[in-house]
Design a protein around this ligand. Structure first.
Ligand code: FAD
Length: 480
């Protein structure tokens, strides 16, 4: 019989694949008891899309190595969490399970059921904060409700005090006498094989905590300067690209927040504030999801319930493949396909194009992004799609419709971004780079473009599409 003081503690990793600023991990190490770090591969990859599965594979490799440096290991098991945990508890004699909280509706629901079941079996179960800067339930309006508008949320956030200091990782982690069996990552088949559509991902990303920290340092000492204005230009290196690291918790928002402290002098304060405001958009998205759990499925604004979305499988396919004939849209969709990520300005343009030019339901876009983004996030993805569509909280009005040509000319004036991701247009005169369909035949011929063959004609005429969208919206306003 084991002395209760020596029974193992199970440390269950989920969207917190890091050692730094990890409350559950620090707590586990501080017990002084043997710790069994565990990752559970939930059925159907849990809620993860295919691009994020690629990331998860590499992130777990990195986490396993970091744990080994502490004298520990990462145990991999697959199945429904409750069944996996009870088997591991029976095998190891563990009496305590620790984890960091998640805030998506399915996660909240299954964690509370699980916690009650574990406690019913006499197992201590504790959860900790760390995925967000502040708990989403903490921010309340003057009347005790939740915020639907970002600016007052930001003000309330500013008034609620500095986010807590990040915690240092432990220097060692006590190991159990006998390690439980582990599955192997290869068993889980998280990586694509034929075709290996993630081949290019490796050139862009280094999943794992070390890669995340390096990206943060590079950004703080480089791209952050100028962020407030240049963050809208997709060919420029003025955004952090930290989102996939945040999505699986390889870095905490508190680590990012505090890394931008005390830079005064080196980086203008407006750049730091603007960057922090974006981090707080992430918090706001979780705040909305927490209070409106149907956000990924249902229009936040009831008014959109009867919106006359079109069924257009060909248009949807051309949008997904980056073959709409609008260069900035196609560049964005191909950046997504090649790298699993897309610049924020271009996300807004492609989303507007799907919803307003093609009049396709935003849920089609949300679902495609969920599957193809390495940073797919249940809160930010749903809130942003609804924001662009006009159906969300504090959304851009539906009648504000992006013109894909003028957006391209404004934010990619030399066409550098388009030339990179749509190489068949690389030699086109800058005057026509965002409107090849208006280029004279001689200009196209000089650039080696045969419109309709080497690069598509526009899938829809923007002027007509704009009128069509406005008419649909007006119909909605009349009928509601
Ligand atoms: P930076 O500009 O460096 O910002 C730093 C961090 O702030 C980001 O990593 C992110 O965590 C947060 N942030 C920045 N902008 C936003 C925003 N508008 N909303 C919420 N958080 C933000 N972001 C996701 O993380 N996952 C998604 O699935 C996602 N889907 C989106 C879908 C659409 C249609 C749109 C328009 C935006 C979406 N975003 C999503 C928000 C935003 O585009 C990305 O967070 C951002 O592009 C990530 O790049 P970055 O890390 O370089 O951002």
């Amino acid at each position: 019989m084991q002395d209760p003081g020596d029974t193992p503690v199970i440390l269950w990793f989920r969207k917190d694949l890091r050692l730094g600023d990890n409350r559950a991990l620090v707590h586990a190490a501080a017990t002084g008891r043997p710790v069994i770090p565990l990752y559970i591969h939930e059925p159907n990859n849990g809620p993860l899309g295919r691009a994020q599965c690629w990331w998860l594979h590499h992130s777990l490799v990195a986490l396993g190595r970091s744990l080994e440096r502490l004298g520990s290991r990462l145990i991999l098991r697959s199945g429904p969490p409750q069944a996996v945990l009870s088997t591991l508890i029976a095998e190891s004699g563990a009496t305590e399970v620790l984890w960091n909280r998640r805030y998506d509706p399915d996660g909240i629901e299954s964690d509370s059921v699980l916690k009650a079941a574990l406690r019913g079996d006499g197992i201590t179960a504790h959860s900790f904060s760390g995925q967000l800067l502040h708990e989403p339930s903490r921010m309340k309006t003057g009347t005790g409700g939740f915020y639907r508008v970002y600016t007052p949320f930001w003000r309330a956030f500013e008034n609620s005090g500095e986010p807590e200091e990040p915690l240092q990782p432990p220097t060692a982690m006590p190991a159990p006498d006998v390690w439980p069996d582990t599955e192997t990552l290869d068993d889980w088949r998280l990586l694509p094989t034929t075709p290996d559509w993630a081949a290019e991902f490796r050139n862009v990303w280094t999943p794992g905590e070390v890669g995340a920290r390096r990206r943060l340092q590079d950004f703080v000492s480089g791209g952050l300067q100028g962020y407030a204005i240049r963050r809208d230009f997709p060919a420029e290196p003025h955004v952090s690209m930290l989102s996939p690291h945040l999505a699986l918790g390889e870095i905490s928002p508190a680590q990012i927040w505090h890394a931008t402290r005390g830079l005064a002098g080196d980086v203008p304060v407006e750049d730091v504030t603007s960057f922090r405001k974006e981090l707080v958009w992430r918090e706001f998205s979780y705040h909305l999801l927490f209070h409106f759990p149907e956000l990924p499925r249902r229009n936040f604004s009831e008014k959109f319930g009867g919106f006359p979305w079109r069924s257009d499988p060909d248009g949807l396919r051309r949008w997904q493949r980056g073959e709409t004939g609008y260069p900035i849209v196609d560049a964005g969709m191909r950046q997504l396909w090649q790298t699993g990520w897309m610049h924020n300005r271009v996300r807004m343009i492609v989303a507007s194009f799907l919803v307003k030019d093609l009049l396709i339901d935003w849920r089609e876009g949300e679902s495609w992004f969920r599957d193809t983004l390495v940073d797919a996030d249940p809160a930010s993805n749903a809130a942003s799609w609804q924001w662009v569509s006009g159906s969300g909280a504090d959304a851009a009005p539906f009648f504000r419709i992006f013109n894909p040509v003028s957006q391209g000319e404004k934010f990619d004036p030399e066409g550098a971004y388009v030339r990179k991701f749509v190489p068949e247009l690389a030699r086109l005169d800058t005057r026509y780079i965002h409107r090849p369909f208006e280029a004279p035949a001689a200009v196209l011929a000089k650039a080696g473009i045969d419109l309709g063959k080497t690069y598509p004609q526009p899938v829809v005429d923007h002027k007509m599409a704009r009128e069509r969208a406005l008419a649909a919206f007006r119909g909605l306003a009349v009928s509601s």
